[in-house]
Design a protein around this ligand. Structure first.
Ligand code: BDR
Ligand code: CA
Length: 310
């Protein structure tokens, strides 16, 4: 069974990523780490613990990570996630205790103590923790099975016209992650902007009638309005679980190898993922990009996990 660590900044769609990682029986969630992104590190960490309570996640260490990007000042996404980072539902008081280790150390410990090639990293926030872990303990790079991240885009952006939020917030960290010789798959906006929580999807979720389904229904109610107001989407794109879905079932996404680098010095383009789609990737290219997703099967997978957590 694939062992995964979700490094996240919940976040409405991060909450879905956690739920899918826990509720799907074919992946083993071995750790959850938080990183400043959608909101401050205190807020997203609290949100992660609340979501753990809703989903019934137990026996999994949760650790708090970096409170800011490596070089730049923090940037949040209150316009789509609200003041708490997870506005909308009532957030239950966290019952789970945080692991005493820093997120960076938890990632390193988990990768170093599991067999080589057995752990997949699934970052769904800025890449500050992942880059720091790779720099602090370079031995993790060859031990990780692969990195499947939500972030970037082959074309376009949401934070700026050309930069996606997770990359734009900490482009230096993203650059480090893409440059390591591990396999990295970028699940970017090209794909996630098609994974929309339409009214039909929302209705299917609410119809389950469970406590978690009511929670996730409320998550989507807020997210729908926020995405409409902020970015003009009629239905919100639920980005982060797309990366988890790819780990669970690679046949859900279309992926190809392509060189990826991150713009760090552009006057207008900083944080842009520059993807070379001209012809075939050179031999040995370790970076990959998702170009499509089977949206119907993706939602079936999400609904199945939600049903399983009861
Ligand atoms: C990404 O940015 C965040 O706001 C979301 O949680 C997602 O990870 C989408 O650009
Ligand atoms: Ca996120």
């Amino acid at each position: 069974m694939r062992k995964i660590i979700v490094d996240c900044d919940p976040g409405h769609d991060d909450a879905f990523a956690l739920m899918l990682a826990w509720g799907n029986p074919t992946v083993d969630l071995i750790g959850v780490t938080t990183v400043a992104g959608n909101q401050s590190i205190s807020k997203v960490t609290r949100n992660a613990l609340s979501v753990a309570g809703v989903c019934g996640i137990t026996g999994v260490p949760f650790a708090r990570g970096l409170h800011r990007p490596l070089v730049r000042p923090p940037g949040t996404a209150a316009s789509v996630h609200g003041d708490s980072g997870l506005d909308g539902p009532v957030l239950p008081e966290p019952a789970l205790e945080l692991d005493g280790r820093h997120a960076v150390d938890l990632i390193i410990d988990l990768v170093m103590t599991h067999p080589p090639g057995s752990v997949t990293l699934v970052p769904t926030g800025p890449l500050s923790n992942i880059a720091t872990a790779a720099v602090k303990e370079p031995a993790i790079v060859s031990r990780v099975h692969e990195v499947v991240l939500m972030g970037g885009a082959i074309r376009g952006g949401n934070r700026t016209p050309v930069a996606e939020f997770n990359i734009a917030v900490d482009p230096e960290a993203a650059s480090i992650v893409f440059q390591q010789p591990w396999k990295v798959t970028m699940v970017g906006l090209d794909v996630t902007h098609t994974a929309l929580a339409t009214p039909e999807v929302c209705a299917r979720i609410e119809e389950l009638g469970t406590v978690p389904s009511r929670f996730f229904g409320e998550v989507l109610r807020f997210f729908t309005q926020a995405y409409l107001n902020d970015q003009g989407f009629a239905a919100p794109p639920v980005h982060d679980p797309c990366a988890v879905a790819y780990v669970i079932d690679p046949s859900l996404l279309t992926v190809r190898a392509a060189p990826v680098d991150v713009e760090l010095h552009g006057r207008l383009t900083t944080g842009m993922t520059v993807v070379d789609m001209r012809g075939e990737a050179p031999p040995g290219c370790t970076t990959h990009v998702a170009t499509g997703i089977d949206v119907a099967r993706f939602w079936d997978l999400v609904l199945d996990a939600l049903r399983r957590i009861g």
